[in-house]
Design a protein around this ligand. Structure first.
Ligand code: AMP
Ligand code: GLY
Length: 436
């Protein structure tokens, strides 16, 4: 009997759990979670609640199961060395070791590796350990982006024009960053449309999921503060309406070269997910950043239409024969919309009840930051519940996701514009204008 240990407790992991239990192997599922996600718990034979820092507890839980392998969902446990800990007791993992998860956890590691191995897709950038030279470098750039070198949950990045205006402001923020982090990365501000290309790799072979576009800003029309992602869409032809096939091929090529560079640099195989955040610009496809895990919400767009066996895919990653695995997705469009607590992300309401009693049956529901109590479901302050509509085109999927997210009762809001014709047309026009 196949047994699998899943680590993580968000909507992304709920989607991963669904993909695991759908497998022809009929696996037993076990989850180690920071908080009790009722969606995941409902699919599991056993769960344990604990901290991702408690490597001994994670190992003890794993030893009580002896799973075929573990799948690590979020970046936090990867950064804490959960893979190193589990592999030390003979449990193979889908997810990179701590040293290799630097692909996500250290922005300088990734930029410098791309540069060293001459992989195209880097903007102009420099890494600074002190304030010396920052002023001069800022003067060379048309627009700048400032990134602390470390995991900041996406909240440490500042973009000129969005978060600050002048070079003076930039200098002030760099100083602040250097007080808390060993270094700061300054890079050229890129202009274009972003897309996520989530890839699975065994360290050599790289297989793509369909590209997805996420929506980071909290409010309609890309206004308001950045969030973990309010929703996302993918198209039935496995492209996006503003992307050309060559754009996705270029992004894939960058990821293949990066996997190779990591192997050469570290003498280790990167096993797991390489999720590139790319941007298509007037000069082609550039890399914004890599993540060492699936995206949240983007995982829900791709795993809901994955046709091939997910457990077999994981085995291919672990055994190094991903080239023999035929990854297949349904030719369907998907739209994911998150219901989030009022006030999110700055001052969210907490401990407020939500009811899903009226949710239509034609959408997939994934639980995120909710707590199941005896008298119902309560929100805990972060993104609460995700709804995925699937349709033959984006509009059909959008209508389903919108109807579902609107049916939630409680103090929640969502972005009505995700996946709508109007917003997608804006993306198309933006790229058309840039490409001239
Ligand atoms: P996160 O993905 O949460 O780390 O947030 C990073 C966001 O900052 C990206 O999604 C982009 O919108 C923006 N960003 C990062 N680097 C650049 C860049 N070089 N040019 C323009 N925008 C950037
Ligand atoms: N959706 C953005 C992320 O997962 O990082």
């Amino acid at each position: 009997m196949t047994a699998i240990l899943l680590i993580g407790n968000g909507a992304r992991e709920h989607a991963i759990a669904e993909a695991i239990v759908r497998s022809n192997e009929n696996p037993e599922l076990f989850a180690y979670m920071k908080s009790n996600n009722p969606g995941i718990a409902g699919l599991c034979d056993d769960i344990q609640i604990g901290s991702y820092s408690d490597l001994d507890e994670i190992k003890a839980f794993a030893q009580s199961i002896v799973p075929d392998f573990a799948f690590i969902g979020p970046e936090d446990p990867l950064n804490k060395g959960v893979v190193d800990a589990l592999e030390s007791i003979g449990i193979p993992c889908v997810g990179p070791k701590k040293e290799l998860a630097k692909l996500e956890t250290s922005k300088s590691f990734t930029r410098l590796l791309m540069k060293k191995y001459d992989i195209k897709g880097n903007p102009k950038f420099r890494v600074f350990e002190s304030m010396a030279g920052i002023k001069e470098f800022l003067a060379e750039l048309d627009g700048s982006v400032i990134k602390p070198d470390g995991l900041t949950g996406g909240k440490g990045i500042r973009v000129q024009g969005d978060h600050y205006e002048t070079d003076e402001d930039a200098l002030k923020y760099c100083k602040e960053v250097l007080e808390k982090h060993p270094s700061v990365i300054i890079e050229e501000k890129l202009e274009g449309e972003e897309f996520s290309l989530q890839c699975f790799t065994d360290g050599v072979n790289v297989v793509d999921c369909p590209p997805v576009q996420d929506h980071k800003r909290a409010y309609v029309d890309d206004k308001g503060p950045n969030t973990g992602g309010m929703g996302s869409y993918s198209d039935s032809d496995h492209l996006l309406p503003f992307l050309k096939k060559e754009d996705v091929e270029d992004a894939h090529e960058i990821t293949v070269k990066m996997a190779k560079a990591i192997k050469e640099e570290t003498e280790e195989l990167y096993k797991g997910v390489m999720y590139g955040g790319f941007i298509v610009t007037k000069n082609g496809v550039m890399l914004i950043e890599y993540n060492a895990r699936l995206g949240d919400p983007e995982a829900m767009n791709v795993l809901t239409i994955l046709k091939s066996d997910f457990v077999e895919l994981c085995r291919g990653i672990i055994n190094g024969n991903l080239d023999e695995y035929d990854i297949e997705f349904d030719n369907m469009a998907t739209v994911c919309k998150y219901a989030v607590p009022e006030g999110y992300p700055i001052n969210p309401v907490k401990n407020e009840k939500v009811s899903l009693s009226d949710v239509p049956k034609d959408t997939d529901v994934f639980y995120a930051s909710v707590d199941k109590k005896e008298d119902g479901l309560y929100m805990t302050g972060s993104r609460a519940i995700a709804f995925v509509g699937i349709g033959s085109d984006i509009e059909e999927a959008q209508v389903k996701a919108e109807n579902a997210v609107c049916s939630v009762k409680g103090k929640v809001f969502h972005r009505e514009d995700i996946g709508t014709k109007e917003l997608i047309q804006k993306r198309i026009d933006h790229i058309r204008e840039l490409r001239g």
